[in-house]
Design a protein around this ligand. Structure first.
Ligand code: ZN
Length: 102
């Protein structure tokens, strides 16, 4: 391709914890952005929402391979019920042990 405005190392980009993106200043005054999810999917192009410039992000995909990637895709409602069950079981176990040791 070779149409990048620049190549930037991931270490030189800043992390936005609220938007969960890496960003780097764009000459137009806005900023290039790329999400962890994109990096995990081996995408290395950060785009600026305000102009047509793009940069290539230099990074090691292995660093992002094991990312939990939880917030966006997992609503977590089913897990809550399972946790409740195991909690009450653990409570009963604790009561049994309490009576045995008493
Ligand atoms: Zn721009």
């Amino acid at each position: 391709m070779g149409a990048y405005y620049d190549e930037i190392e991931i270490e030189d980009m800043a992390w936005d914890d609220e938007k969960r993106v890496y960003h780097y200043p764009c000459p137009c005054g806005d900023r290039f952005e790329i999400s962890r999810k994109q990096l995990k999917n081996y995408e290395d192009i950060a785009t600026c929402p305000s102009c047509s410039l793009i940069i290539r992000v230099v990074y090691d995909p292995l660093d992002f391979e094991d990312d939990p990637d939880s917030e966006e895709e997992d609503p977590g409602s089913e897990e809550t019920e399972a946790t409740d069950d195991s909690d009450s079981e653990a409570f009963e176990d604790a009561m049994e042990k309490l009576q045995i040791s008493a």
